[in-house]
Write a protein that binds this ligand. Structure first.
Ligand code: RIB
Length: 312
């Protein structure tokens, strides 16, 4: 069982379905409203646990109703919460999500307690770092906390994955701290200045990220699939699906990378991650949509792309 530490955010997602996005200054009558547990860190922790990882989650929630509910939800996923912090002075992070009929979303995050996860909280986890195989982080917590996480992972000899969402510019020094970085198309543009709208432009951007210090790069290309660049390059097309809600699909993808890394050849890891992301996009809500291991392997079999875990 892969031992995975996720250091990141936890939000309550407030989701409104709408036929289209409002213009500036416009009020729209929307459709259905739902709440769901979200936050890139928490989503990745839940996905990694459902995919078979033994997961620890380091995060910060507020001492409020959203925080209490989310903590219960995470505990019910068999995630170790010893590294979970509660901040009495700030509310739990929230995300306001507008979801269009095509399944695409726009998200505004009020980070709240996520900003109270500090470098010292991570430094205090050195013993935990020494017991895990992979550390994952994202950019929804303070940047110096992310950098401390990646540095500590390196000091402890633990493989680190940086999911670069939400889009923030990063210095080459920060990019170089991660063993693997995984941006989506818009995050890639923020990091490199290269607009990604094709496999070719993704390839150019991946080379640029390597020039900036990235060791291994996996660019999430949504409907186009994903592109890996390390010593070798692999492209894996996406599965053809009817997406109902893409919220959290990238988080399922990143968690699948963490679970499969080192256990399969890279092309099969990318297949497994594409399948996890596709399944997440076929169900509404962030954490409610995270698939488990059986669902992903069944999907791969149905699509004629079985991944053979036994021989690896
Ligand atoms: O990646 C999806 C997540 O982004 C949502 O769950 C929302 O909380 C934001 O963090």
């Amino acid at each position: 069982m892969k031992r995975i530490l996720v250091v990141g955010s936890a939000n309550m997602d407030l989701v409104v379905r709408t036929a289209r996005l409002p213009k500036a200054g416009e009020t729209l009558l929307g459709g259905e409203f739902m709440t769901a547990f979200g936050g890139k860190g928490a989503n990745q922790a839940v996905a990694a646990a459902r995919l078979g990882g033994a997961v620890h989650f380091a995060a910060c929630l507020g001492n409020d109703a959203f925080g209490n509910l989310h903590r219960e939800g995470l505990a019910g996923e068999n995630i170790n919460l010893d590294a979970l912090k509660i901040d009495r002075d700030t509310p739990t992070g929230t995300a306001v999500i507008l979801l269009t009929e095509s399944g695409e979303n726009t998200i505004v995050v009020a980070p709240g307690a996520n900003n109270a996860l500090l470098p010292d909280d991570i430094q205090a986890l050195r013993d935990l770092f020494n017991t895990v195989d992979v550390v994952i982080s994202q950019l929804e917590i303070p940047l110096d906390t992310v950098e401390t996480t990646l540095r500590l992972a390196r000091e402890c000899g633990v493989f680190s994955i940086l999911d670069t969402g939400p889009a923030r510019p990063l210095s080459p020094a920060t990019i170089a701290l991660a063993d693997l970085i995984s941006p989506n198309e818009s995050e890639t543009e923020t990091l490199t200045g290269i607009h990604v709208d094709s496999i070719e432009s993704a390839r150019t951007a991946a080379c640029c990220l390597r020039d900036m210090g990235g060791k291994e790069v996996v660019i999430k290309l949504g409907k186009r699939g994903c592109l890996y660049l390390g010593q070798e390059e692999f492209y894996q097309p996406a599965f053809n699906i009817d997406a109902v809600d893409t919220t959290g699909a990238g988080d399922a993808f990143t968690a699948a990378l963490a679970v499969a890394w080192g256990k399969l050849p890279v092309p099969e890891i990318l297949l497994f991650a594409n399948a996890a992301g596709a399944l997440a996009a076929m169900v509404a809500g962030a954490q409610p949509s995270m698939p488990d291991f059986a669902k992903v392997t069944d999907f791969l079999k149905q699509r004629g792309a079985p991944v053979d875990w036994k021989t690896n």
